[in-house]
Design a protein around this ligand. Structure first.
Ligand code: PLP
Length: 469
């Protein structure tokens, strides 16, 4: 325990937001010359960095009159902003409605309800211009609710400003002005934009700002395909006609990006729990993985600070669950042989039918009928023509090629139809590192169709079900 003054006494919960500790990493940094500190945003009373933005946005709305007593706070969010808003709304006596994408961790939804918020679930993987999109739906609810006020963290300037006024000055003071590198993920961009603005100015340009981005996020140049780390990066639905980045994200705030795979993010979060006793969420894993990469290039006078936006407690059934990770191909199970040992040697690359192609085009692209020719192929949202692996969530179905041939023989006009029209359910998936026996038991005899083999959460090949032994 630190021997210092006793902790602060607050007359209101709202005063407990911010002033979070800076915690030095000691074991995962072995061999590094630079110091790496974590800004422990999970220590906020609502459990995340988003308490800051939630409190600031509500206080600003009260000042401007946009939110009045008896009003309703509305937001569309994958969770933590909702929790912050629900917490502040509860303390201040507002009703709170939160629209949440259906992929959001169960625990986060339960948490919102625990604070008395009303939760509205909507599909997560829809284009931005779809009326069911999280933000569009929240907007509609706010408009249609008397006294409704949409917090809108994506455009609300109070979101980045609170980081310029609190997170940045705290880090500067806590490091005695010695910080040289600031590392954070970008969700709305509020944290990185506001904190960077302060640190740049305080350091006279000496502080380098590094964005930590999921590998397939479009912020740092990824193809926009789905990833497993929640709440950072920018996913792009393939049918999105116009990609809109959050207004509060100041792209000029970031000096450079480190692109971090799901595997590196999740395994870093797990290492932090086991080696540092620091239980943090996936986006903290992304930021700290980036911080460790950055620190590896630095010297003893450098001080790296990475933001840990929330705690790992919200992700116990995902990132900290061995079965979840193994079934997605992130981890190897104990108990050989593993699926990859028995599934033979699947041809590298996965033959797919892009949903935008016609039946005729897909059949023309099939590599013949010989041994090894695919019988059933996944139908995917196309991303890049040179892709060899596919995000499991981009796979929207599957087609049996002999069935397509039969349809075209019966009616040649079918060749001109989009292949997606003829797609059956997606194939079952199996993790490359699952124990073959456990996978057999989990999947059962099935329907004879092949399985999609997952490595690091992405489909890499199809394997025959019989290949599991
Ligand atoms: C867990 C987690 N990490 C990172 C972020 C990203 O922070 P920001 O929106 O300030 O970019 C969020 C935002 O909701 C979050 O909940």
């Amino acid at each position: 325990m630190s021997s210092g003054p006793a902790g602060p006494v607050h007359e209101s919960l709202l005063d407990a937001v911010g002033a979070t500790p800076l915690i030095r990493l000691n074991r995962v940094t072995a061999g590094l010359a630079a110091a790496v500190y974590v800004k422990a945003e999970f220590a906020n009373p609502g459990g995340s960095v988003k308490d800051r933005a939630a409190l600031a946005m509500i206080q600003e709305a009260e000042r401007s009159g946009a939110l009045a007593p008896g009003g309703t706070v509305v937001e569309g969010t994958s969770g933590n902003t909702g929790v912050g808003l629900a917490m502040v709304a509860a303390r201040c006596g507002y009703r709170c409605v939160v629209v949440v994408p259906d992929r959001t961790a169960r625990e986060k939804i339960a948490l919102l309800r625990a604070y008395g918020a009303e939760v509205v679930l909507t599909p997560g993987l829809v284009p931005r211009d779809d009326p069911r999109h999280v933000i569009a739906l929240a907007q509609r609810i706010a408009e249609q609710t008397p006294g409704g006020w949409l917090a809108d963290q994506y455009t609300n300037p109070a979101n980045p400003r609170v980081h310029e006024l609190s997170t940045g000055p705290e880090i500067w003071a806590q490091t005695g002005g010695r910080i040289t590198h600031f590392v954070a993920g970008v969700g709305t961009g509020g944290t990185i934009s506001g904190t960077a603005r302060y640190l740049r100015e305080a350091g006279g340009g000496r502080v380098t700002v590094v964005g930590a981005d999921p590998e397939s996020s479009v912020y740092a140049g990824g193809d926009g395909s789905p990833y497993y780390v929640e709440a950072v990066g920018h996913y792009l639905h393939p049918e999105t006609t116009q990609d809109v980045w959050p207004q509060v994200y100041d792209t000029g705030a970031v000096d450079r990006f480190e692109r971090i795979s799901d595997r590196e993010s999740l395994l870093t979060a797990r290492r932090l729990a086991r080696e540092e006793g620091l239980l943090v969420g996936g986006s903290a894993g992304t930021a700290i993985a980036a911080a460790l990469r950055v620190a590896a290039t630095l010297g003893p006078d450098d001080v790296v600070v990475a933001v840990a936006p929330d705690s790992g407690r919200a992700y116990l059934s995902k990132y900290f669950d061995d079965d979840w990770l193994t079934q997605l191909g992130f981890l190897d199970a104990p108990g050989a042989p593993l699926v990859r040992d028995v599934a033979g040697n699947p041809a590298p690359g996965l033959f797919v039918a892009p949903s935008t192609h016609t039946v005729g085009a897909v059949l023309a692209a099939v590599p013949g009928d010989g041994p090894g020719a695919p019988g059933v192929v996944p139908v995917v949202h196309p991303r890049r023509t040179d892709a060899t692996t596919w995000a499991a969530a981009d796979i929207i179905g599957s087609v049996a090629l002999d069935e397509l041939r039969r349809l075209v023989t019966a009616d040649p006009a079918v060749a001109g139809e989009l292949v997606g029209r003829h797609a059956a359910a997606p194939l079952d998936t199996v993790g490359a590192g699952e124990s073959a026996a456990a996978a057999r038991a989990r999947l059962g005899p099935g329907d004879g169709r092949p399985l999609l083999l997952l490595v690091d959460g992405r489909a890499v090949a199809t394997v025959p079900r019989t290949g599991l032994g």
